[in-house]
Design a protein around this ligand. Structure first.
Ligand SMILES: CC(C)(COP(=O)(O)OP(=O)(O)OC[C@H]1O[C@@H](n2cnc3c(N)ncnc32)[C@H](O)[C@@H]1OP(=O)(O)O)[C@@H](O)C(=O)NCCC(=O)NCCS
Length: 387
């Protein structure tokens, strides 16, 4: 292949991987971007393999390969492609502008956008993403991705950057008396994985109810629904990196906390929400309590809050104190939260020394494939949606 020639759209095409070798080739290629030097190529490939077998991704990843049409026509299993990307389906809901109805849509999460070094800066990356955009627009309602390469590359192709304010809470300096080993304090209970899965499933039902009950608006609103499978997918990654690569002593068994005061029996609350036939059936007495769910992100030295529901400002400190105590126990210097509601900024700052940081990586970006999408609002633009 002549690596000096510039890109010519008509010669190239986007194809779905059909062989294990093609997938393996994509993992090996991306290992130098997202693996090394933290982990070897073999360790990175092993992580990708384990993660691709999780409930979330097992039958839910498409590997898109971009290369010369002639190569793929000759051999659909060719390893001679110049760039690639992955997509995953996520459940999402949409309430269009000036309507009352909430509809289910598919969100195509895009990840691992990569062009081989020798083929870069010839227009392949852009052309691949432009073709992917066209394909996704035919088969989904929205598509999300996280840009590590600034705010122009993807936005010029149709993925708009959405508001992104990172809340960073230092953990080592906090005077914190929360004891992480007890399962219950005065107002907060800890969550194991199973409880976190049940909470997130109930949360999706309640979030839908909230969108249904919200007043009609002149702009469209969407949300990518939190699911138990995506939590597991994140924990698998962080367990692998923590235990296999960094050799931490065992993966923790606490993954979140919920506010337990005045709620009665939490199993009853969750069962009522989880067994409701429609969100409208949930009685007001079964209010889902405030909670946080996190993953210990050893590689990045932080506890990352994947999803937070704060029903009131006074619930914030007791919940985050648990995350801070766990971070201290794991020797992680920060607890990090994305896009906390503005109404809670004062509390986060004054009670938890939180800093609000504008970062240039991981920029949350969404393409919307429906009409009247001007000023479209992304509800729950939190880290659980990350691909
Ligand atoms: C990003 C990537 C896929 C682009 O592929 P490519 O074929 O070189 O892209 P194109 O030739 O179509 O376009 C080049 C454009 O990419 C953009 N770009 C590439 N790398 C960039 C970076 N690190 N930061 C900002 N912009 C970048 C530039 O806007 C450049 O524009 P220019 O033509 O004005 O210089 C490729 O550089 C790559 O694989 N990078 C490593 C993996 C990565 O970072 N992926 C993105 C993760 S969100």
């Amino acid at each position: 292949m002549n690596t000096n020639c510039k890109h010519d759209d008509s010669e190239y095409g986007l194809y779905q991987a059909i062989s294990e070798e093609q997938k393996l080739r994509t993992w090996e290629a991306t290992s130098d971007e997202w693996g090394l030097p933290f982990m070897s190529v073999q360790d990175y490939v092993a992580r990708e393999k384990i993660q691709s077998n999780s409930n979330f991704t097992r039958n839910n990843i498409t590997y898109w390969l971009y290369g010369k049409k002639a190569e793929f026509e000759k051999d659909p299993a060719t390893l001679n492609f110049v760039s690639h990307a992955e997509t995953y389906d996520r459940k999402a809901i949409l309430r269009k502008a000036n309507t009352s109805e909430v509809t289910d849509i598919t969100c195509k999460g895009v990840a691992s956008v990569f062009c081989r070094h020798e083929h870069r800066k010839k227009g392949h990356g852009k052309a691949m993403m432009s073709e992917l955009y066209q394909k996704l627009s035919q088969i989904s309602g929205i598509s999300n991705l996280y840009s590590d390469i600034g705010d122009t590359f993807y936005s010029s192709l149709g993925w708009d950057v959405y508001p992104y304010l990172v809340v960073e809470i230092p953990t080592f300096s906090q005077k914190n008396t929360t004891i992480i080993n007890s399962t219950k304090s005065d107002s907060v209970s800890l969550m194991d994985k199973d409880m976190a899965r049940r909470f997130i499933t109930a949360d999706a039902i309640v979030a839908r109810q909230e969108l249904e009950e919200a007043p009609v608006a002149e702009h469209a609103r969407f949300m990518i629904l939190p699911t138990a499978d995506t939590l597991d997918w994140r924990w698998i990654r962080d367990e692998y990196e923590g235990v296999q690569i960094l050799k931490v002593q065992g993966f923790p068994n606490v993954f979140g906390a919920f506010n337990n005061s005045g709620i009665g029996n939490i199993d009853d609350v969750l069962n009522t929400i989880l067994s409701s036939k429609s969100p409208n059936d949930i009685p007001a007495s079964s209010l889902l309590p405030s909670f946080i769910i996190w993953t210990p992100r050893y590689r990045k030295q932080k506890i990352r809050i994947l999803r937070a529901r704060f029903n009131s400002a006074q619930d914030i400190k007791p919940l985050l104190d648990v995350a801070i105590a766990e971070a201290n126990r794991l020797n992680l210097p920060k607890v990090v939260l994305w896009n906390a509601d503005k109404a809670f900024h004062t509390t986060l700052k004054s009670q938890l020394d939180a800093e609000f940081v504008v970062l240039k990586d991981n920029l949350p970006s969404v393409a919307t494939f429906f009409e009247n999408n001007k000023n479209c609002e992304w509800l729950l633009n939190e880290n659980y949606c990350w691909n």
